[in-house]
Ligand binder design. Structure first.
Ligand code: GAL
Length: 444
């Protein structure tokens, strides 16, 4: 299994490197259960001589990912019909492949017009720190955005008083999705604590139902689950202290969280290593598993792609121990230095940051608008509840989605979690994470 993973990892790296060398947008890599559609050809590569081109780089291809982006592109094209839009999306959840392609292009002096990047460390400690991004304070002023986005979000995309990107959304990372019919038929309620989780999981297992769906073909999904377990065990302050280096990984609470994580892994589907996040969520949708812990891009997948009804076909709850806390995952877009038509990029960012743009995108994506003045009535019951939760909750950054710590640290965590899922070796995991914290966070 390990060897298979190493080989497939190597293969993915070679493919990504080859693609990066070409500098071309890639087609989706596909997945057996989640149908990955291609963007329309007109939006993918075509350019017309004499027309200005806007290249939008992201990892939003396929089910649960691309519908919101295509709606935003359509809106932009309706306002700027004389612009060619190239949808340069590289498949792979959480930017698994896209980030390597982007890094290669940025280093090679071939930036896309604009690219998807999470607010926080992923933006500030890499592209901003390397001097590769233009500040956008003038855009925030001219569009009167300073009081239209939550201050916490503007802070996440700022460094030294300069604002470097525009958030298109806010995803929630700490959500437990469950199959309503399975829970009702078995007289279960969504678990609020880890004890309740294990009691529900045991009941389901006794009945032959897979308790928890996981799809860690791309290891970030297991890191995502671990992040929610750490948060549920340490609470928001302890969780934050891990990524600032104030709390060490040999803390007894971290050990406890790792033991809990290990115990949870005993309740997942056998074929977890062959599935991506959509394939795992689909197990819940189809009644082949009861629960899935994942960000609310799952909501977009359930309602936009699978046409499920919130509160009927599926339910949701904060992950165990995280009631009142909101793991913020914000996708943002900025203006790299040295692009051909900076004014055109700003025109796109204006649409992306407008009420109209944020509505068109987020109703399909499963996220809530980053702006605070979008009409909640445009959103379904999940969206409306999440807009309210965001206002009331303690906000914490996601590690797995790049906001909490530098990219190098996130990579180490993903690798360590990938090993842990197979070995279950808590002590080794603590040592690896501690080394990563010492070298990549404390010595930053
Ligand atoms: C996150 C991203 C989301 C969603 C998810 C799965 O990192 O912020 O928008 O795309 O990955 O790919």
């Amino acid at each position: 299994m390990q060897r298979y993973r190493l080989l497939s990892g190597l293969l993915a790296f070679l493919i990504v490197t080859a693609l990066a060398a070409c500098g071309k947008p890639t087609a989706s890599t596909g997945s057996e259960a989640a149908d990955q559609k291609e963007p329309p050809a007109s939006e993918q590569t075509s350019t017309t001589p004499g027309k200005k081109t806007l290249e939008i780089f992201s990892w939003w291809t396929g089910a649960g990912e691309e519908a919101g982006l295509l709606a935003l592109i359509d809106l932009f094209k309706s306002k700027y019909p004389n612009v060619d839009v190239v949808n340069a999306a590289v498949a792979g959840g959480a930017g698994t492949n896209a980030k390597a392609v982007l890094a290669s292009r940025m280093q090679g002096g071939d930036p896309p017009s604009t690219f998807q990047v999470h607010g926080g460390a992923e933006l500030n400690d890499s592209w901003v720190a390397a001097g590769k991004m233009e500040p956008l304070n003038d855009l925030y002023e001219s569009e009167s955005w300073m009081d239209k986005f939550p201050k916490e979000l503007i802070d996440l995309v700022s460094k030294d008083g300069k604002i470097y990107s525009v958030p298109v959304n806010i995803h929630r990372g700490n959500v437990l999705w469950y199959n309503k019919a399975i829970f009702e038929e078995n007289g279960l309620t969504p678990p609020k604590t880890f004890d309740e989780f294990f009691s529900v999981a045991e009941t389901l297992k006794q009945k032959g139902i897979t308790p928890l769906a996981l799809g860690d073909k791309e290891p970030w999904t297991a890191a995502h689950l671990l992040e929610d377990v750490l948060l549920g065990t340490l609470g928001p302050d302890g969780y934050r202290a891990l990524w600032t280096g104030e709390k060490p990984f040999d803390d007894p609470d971290v050990r406890k969280a790792l033991e809990t994580f290990k115990r949870m892994l005993a309740y997942v589907n056998d074929d977890h290593a062959a599935r991506n996040w959509q394939d795992a969520a689909q197990l819940v949708a189809s009644g082949n598993a009861a629960m899935n812990i994942m960000g609310d891009w799952v909501k977009g997948y359930f309602t936009t792609d699978l046409k499920l009804k919130p509160n009927q076909d599926f339910g949701w709850a904060p992950t165990p121990g995280t009631e009142g806390v909101f793991v913020v995952v914000t996708d943002t877009f900025g203006l790299p230095k040295g692009v051909d038509h900076p004014e055109l990029v700003k025109d796109f960012l204006k649409v992306l940051g407008s009420v109209e743009g944020q509505t068109a995108f987020n109703v399909l994506k499963g996220s809530i608008p980053a702006r605070i003045d979008v009409d909640p009535q445009k959103f379904d019951v999940y969206g409306q509840a999440t807009i309210e939760d965001f206002k009331r909750s303690t906000l914490v950054p996601s590690l797995a989605h790049g906001s909490a710590a530098p990219e190098g640290f996130v990579t180490q965590v993903n690798q360590a979690v990938n090993v842990f899922v197979t070995t279950g070796d808590v002590e080794q995991m603590i040592r690896t994470l501690q080394t990563a914290q010492d070298t990549l966070i404390k010595k930053k």
